[in-house]
Design a protein around this ligand. Structure first.
Ligand code: SF4
Length: 334
């Protein structure tokens, strides 16, 4: 498969996924999609939302995934049991096509037949009207940062609804573009950076150029851009976390690749690996039909990579550091 021309595809998707004049966003309709079959509870918010239950456990030796449960609990000053569910909305566009994406590709192409237009006020109103009102709202994707206005608009809507102190806002970012700086005003950037009940997770896709390109279908030169974008986001001062997927086509490259990946993360901030959760790719639902022989090898690669990751974390950080709750890990550069 030819690699995705990420920049031109992003530019093509953005105007199909946002209407800045009316502050509307294209949100995926989960009801009636293939994703609906993979959910533990039926879609809500008129079919445009879903409730996600965060369990956190990953098979040994993978670490627990405390995102976004612990950052939300920390900011809201609550027990983690109260923040382990989220109201999720998905923007209907993504510029990459990761083989392990749990979202059907039909919900990533800004297709109006499979989505609807909503303002942030309308999304918050649907959240308020739902029976189950988790304390976390997750702006997921798709790639929310094709439409970076979504986050400050949600903040405005939560403030207007009197919910900004009670609800934690979380968003995902695939580290593919600079739209956050290109389309937000300095005031909006400051708003995102300083809004108390907000956190963002940015996902590194692969441990080297080859694994990145295999995972995303994007050009391998964009592997390095992820680090540049992460560093830029960090400098804004926002509450930032990271995921990494460690799948790749060559198990024999997992050791050297993972060590170098950690080195590059630590060049941004020595303590960044403590704010990063390696995510184990699991095969279920819509992912199953995309898994063939190369993807099965990629699943083996992630098991080699996590063994190296764990060894390296033990070498690079004290047991005390590794036991810190993730929102309490301080950056060395701040
Ligand atoms: S970047 Fe995220 S939303 Fe886009 S295809 Fe990859 S996993 Fe799916």
């Amino acid at each position: 498969m030819a690699s995705i021309e990420t920049d031109s595809y992003s530019a093509d998707l953005r105007p199909k996924a946002i209407r800045p004049e009316t502050r509307e966003l294209l949100i995926s309709k989960i009801e009636g999609s293939d994703q609906e079959f993979d959910l533990t509870s039926p879609p809500n918010a008129g079919g445009y939302g879903r409730i996600r239950h965060f369990r956190g456990e990953q098979a040994a030796p993978w670490p627990l995934n405390p995102l976004p449960v612990l950052p939300a609990a920390n900011r809201l000053g609550l027990d983690a049991e109260l923040t382990n569910t989220a109201q999720v909305f998905q923007n209907a566009a993504c510029n990459w096509r990761c083989w392990y994406c749990y979202v059907p590709f039909s919900l990533l192409s800004a297709n109006e037949a499979r989505s609807g237009w909503f303002t942030a006020d309308e999304l918050v109103a649907m959240y308020e009207a739902s029976d189950e009102r988790p304390l976390v709202i997750d702006c997921s994707g798709g790639q929310p940062d094709l439409v970076p206005e979504w986050v400050p608009w949600m903040m405005d809507a939560l403030v207007a609804a009197g919910l900004s102190d009670q609800v934690y806002l979380w968003s995902d970012d695939n580290l593919s573009n600079d739209y956050f700086w290109r389309y937000l005003t300095p005031v909006q950037i400051e708003q995102v950076a300083t809004y108390a009940n907000y956190g963002r997770v940015a996902c590194f896709k692969g441990f080297d150029e080859t694994s990145f390109a295999f995972n995303t279908k994007a050009d391998e030169s964009l592997f390095g851009r992820q680090f540049e974008l992460f560093e830029k986001l960090l400098k804004t001062g926002m509450d930032l976390y990271a995921y990494a997927t460690l799948t790749g086509p060559n198990p024999s490259e997992a050791r050297a690749g993972t060590i170098l990946f950690l080195d590059r993360l630590q060049q941004i901030d020595e303590r960044l690996p403590l704010r990063l959760v390696p995510l184990r790719i699991e095969v279920f639902g819509v992912v199953e039909r995309r898994v063939h022989a190369p993807e099965r090898v990629a699943l083996e690669t992630q098991e080699s990579a996590i063994a190296v990751w764990n060894e390296e974390m033990e070498k690079r950080f004290t047991a005390e550091d590794r036991a810190l709750p993730i929102p309490l890990v301080e950056w060395s550069a701040r």
